[in-house]
Design a protein around this ligand. Structure first.
Ligand SMILES: Nc1nc2c(ncn2[C@@H]2O[C@H](COP(=O)(O)OP(=O)(O)OP(=O)(O)O)[C@@H](O)[C@H]2O)c(=O)[nH]1
Ligand SMILES: [Mg+2]
Length: 349
């Protein structure tokens, strides 16, 4: 792979990618392919940029990539990949998704005059969309974490048409839209409780695999351990935390300090208890943070008679795997109520 050459001292407008905006659509991380969107103010600039990128003489390269075509080309002698010419002024360049080749390609384009476009217009990204609402919805679908986001976003054009162009969102529309954002960016759920009540077992049971060590000795978990879970169609980052106990050693006390920033940024706190072992109040969390009380050991004799079990929102058995679906629904509802998902008022995004 060749290193990109820098064109030093050249005025931006004389460079082959001068006037072309570059927006990297895919995340900065390894992937099979990456997607870079190029947008120019006029067709001639896009022709010139694609010619330079594919190593063709001006005119040749452009003609070989007509509007609507998808072609395989060498990209600046750095990689090979796919170019999709979406419009006269827009194209998607799709190299392999290795971070190094992407960084080289990005550096080559910038050194040849492309400017980094931080927040491109959704209509440029999705020229096939019927209107701005559909373009913005398609853009969110492309990065939505949760499956439940897709039908809601696809319905937004219809909802907007129904309310009309004069629609002014109310405070409740903004609040609902804010909650629905959890479908795009996974919310942070933090499970807290006394040592040895089953917090790690709960994470493992929900994940269906061993994420955190669970052991019959208090003080097993020494760090915040997270996994991404799908809870009733909502993808969330679930954090297991070190249990609270009075005779904690120095390492555990250091681990407890981690809880302060973590609970502060939690969107939902799971207060885990077991029969006879209540959850101490999470002093560090914002009082407004929603909470769910979960009692483990539902499989144990007379567990249902305990105060913790009777006070709990959901009772689960991590070993027998009961109550997990009810917990997933309760967690999703605490973050996004059913009414938000059923609403036919527009989602402000
Ligand atoms: N029977 C039964 N045992 C459970 C249940 N949940 C957890 N356990 C057991 O309780 C013990 C402690 O479980 P952990 O998941 O390690 O508890 P923890 O709250 O993460 O403990 P710390 O990491 O020390 O804070 C283990 O032996 C588990 O197998 C449950 O629902 N039923
Ligand atoms: Mg643990």
């Amino acid at each position: 792979m060749n290193q990109p050459q820098t064109i030093e001292g050249a005025a931006a407008e004389t460079l082959p990618l001068g006037g072309v905006h570059l927006h990297w659509e895919t995340a900065h991380g390894p992937g099979a392919i990456a997607i870079a969107r190029l947008h120019a103010s006029d067709a001639a600039s896009m022709d010139r940029a694609l010619s330079a990128l594919t190593g063709c003489e001006p005119g040749e390269g452009a003609r070989s990539i007509p509007i609507g075509a998808v072609v395989h080309r060498t990209l600046a002698d750095i990689d090979d990949g796919i170019i999709a010419r979406m419009t006269s002024c827009g194209a998607w360049v799709m190299p392999h998704g290795g971070p190094y080749s992407c960084a080289c390609l990005r550096a080559w384009m910038v050194s040849h005059g492309a400017s980094i476009d931080g927040n491109p217009d959704s209509r440029d990204v999705f020229p096939e969309a019927a209107d701005g609402t559909e373009a913005a919805a398609l853009r969110l679908i492309a990065r939505a974490a949760s499956p439940r986001a897709i039908p809601l976003l696809l319905a937004q054009t219809k909802h907007r048409q129904r309310v009309g162009a004069q629609w002014q969102p109310s405070a409740e529309d903004h609040a609902r839209s804010h909650r629905l954002r959890h479908l795009i960016d996974p919310p942070c759920i933090v499970a807290v409780g006394q040592a040895n009540v089953g917090k790690s077992s709960l994470l493992n049971a929900l994940a269906g695999r061993c994420v955190a060590i669970a052991f019959d000795a208090a003080g097993t978990t020494r760090d915040a351990v997270a996994a991404q879970l799908t809870l009733d169609g909502l993808v969330a980052d679930w954090f297991d935390t070190p249990g609270i106990r009075n005779d904690a050693d120095a390492v555990e006390r250091a681990a407890h300090a981690l809880l302060v920033p973590l609970t502060a940024r939690a969107h939902l706190l799971i207060e885990v208890s077991a029969p006879g072992r209540p959850c101490p109040p999470a002093r560090t969390a914002d009082r407004a943070t929603p909470r769910l009380r979960v009692c483990t050991h539902a499989d144990c004799d007379s567990a249902h008679e305990s105060a913790e079990s009777q006070d709990a929102d959901v009772c689960v058995s991590c070993t027998e795997r009961t109550g997990l679906d009810a917990l997933a629904v309760a967690a999703r509802r605490a973050l996004i109520p059913d009414a938000d998902l059923a609403s036919d008022e527009p989602w402000v995004f």
